[in-house]
Ligand binder design. Structure first.
Ligand SMILES: [Zn+2]
Length: 414
């Protein structure tokens, strides 16, 4: 089974996750968030099987409006003993790097021991009535702090490498430590750059990698980007032979995990899959409905007519059965007809959005099970079938053809 993690960015997301019966490998929470809302974060992590703290420091480099610093960011600055202003490269001398890296690693070690002790106390008193108390969550890996960079010549790229060297000095024998490579999608269009990044990050003491190809979108980016994305992962995997987890994943990443190029994927609770640094972690909610046919979200306004012409595309998850899809008997023919319920009025929007997100979690878990159990070539060929079916319904499906084209070049010849 493919490892999958759910990124929890706002309290609602964790509530939605805990209201479903999906069973991810673990949860991911951002460092700024974990420091700003410590109490809440402990609760989120306590109920995870395992967790990863994403130590993205980009908040420190974001431009602030008229010197105004977000409360969460000033808390991060205070935690790291940084001056309350935009960070400059000159702030990062060796002593500063050492302090920051140690503080962030210790924070992760401490949070693990805190959630474990809360869990033990609850187990002792059997306070959890809702569900039986599971074992203590594990830290999937300690992660080394990083800045997302625009290119390998970005000065923060070298700072990232220095932070890795510093972190590895304090790594104890039984600790698992991952480094994050976060770089702009335009940069990896160049093979030489890919070679250099892999060379710079190939350190035998690193146990694995988290990757964030910033602004890359599996569905909407063109063939060159899809190809570079796969080239990059393939090269990193072949050269290092270490596990790689994609921090912003969709269905294409599942196919890469099937070929063991990725160890795991991270999804968000139904937000856009792409992310750029210095944008809101969650972004505006997208009320798209995940449709297995196109392997991404489409406007739910399209669903009534899709379901009418292709009833076999119905989702059988508990949410769709209860809220979205109703079965009627047509009195004139006596046959059963499926109806997708229309977008609700203003007052019901919150419930509607929560349900769209819950459906996404169920649908994506189903994709993971499907990809885990089926043959890779069969999955690959299915992309073309799905593309033609989608185009019959006038749904854009070029991304499915792009994925097929790129992956088949690599694998069908084998
Ligand atoms: Zn569903």
């Amino acid at each position: 089974m493919i490892n999958w993690f759910v990124r929890v960015s706002i309290p609602d997301d964790d509530k939605i996750l805990s209201d479903t019966a999906v069973n991810p490998t673990g949860k991911v929470i951002g460092l700024t968030h974990a420091i700003y809302r410590q109490k809440y974060s402990l609760e989120v992590l306590r109920t995870a099987k395992s967790f990863i703290i994403d130590c993205d420091l980009s908040d420190l480099l974001c431009p602030y409006r008229e010197g105004e610093i977000k409360r969460s960011v000033s808390k991060l600055m205070d935690f790291l003993n940084l001056p309350r202003r935009e960070l400059k490269l000159t702030d990062f001398n060796n002593q500063m790097i050492k302090n920051i890296v140690q503080k962030i690693l210790d924070f992760q070690r401490r949070i693990l021991s805190k959630v474990s002790s809360i869990q033990r106390t609850l187990q002792f008193f059997e306070l959890e009535a809702k569900q039986p108390i599971s074992g203590s969550p594990s830290l999937y890996a300690l992660t080394i702090p990083y800045f997302p960079v625009s290119s390998v010549s970005d000065p923060w790229y070298d700072i990232n490498l220095k932070m890795i060297a510093e972190a590895l000095k304090s790594k104890s024998g039984d600790e698992v430590m991952y480094a994050t490579i976060a770089i702009d999608k335009r940069e990896i269009l160049n093979d030489i750059v890919i070679d250099n990044i892999v060379k710079d990050y190939n350190n035998c003491e690193i146990d694995g990698y988290l990757i964030w190809i910033t602004d890359f979108d599996e569905v909407f980016d063109d063939l060159n980007y899809v190809k570079s994305f796969i080239d990059f992962i393939k090269k990193l995997k072949t050269e290092t032979n270490k596990p790689i987890i994609n921090l912003y994943s969709g269905y294409l990443s599942l196919l890469l995990a099937k070929k063991n190029l990725l160890q795991g994927v991270v999804i968000r609770v139904c937000y856009k899959q792409r992310r750029k640094p210095c944008t809101e972690a969650g972004g505006p909610p997208r009320e798209g409905y995940y449709l297995g046919l196109v392997k991404h979200k489409i406007s739910s306004n399209l669903m009534p007519s899709i379901l009418e012409s292709k009833p076999d595309l119905r989702c059988h998850c508990i949410i769709c059965k209860t809220y979205f899809i109703r079965e009627f008997i047509d009195p004139s023919t006596g046959k059963s007809v499926l109806k997708f319920l229309p977008y609700p009025r203003e007052t019901e929007r919150y419930v509607y959005r929560s349900n769209i997100k819950k459906h996404f979690l169920y649908a994506f878990e189903k994709e993971i099970q499907d990809v885990s159990t089926r043959d890779f070539n069969e999955l690959l060929n299915q992309l073309l079938d799905l593309a033609s079916k989608a185009e019959d319904l006038l749904l854009p499906a070029n991304h499915l053809r792009r994925w097929y084209e790129t992956l088949s070049k690599y694998y069908l010849k084998l």
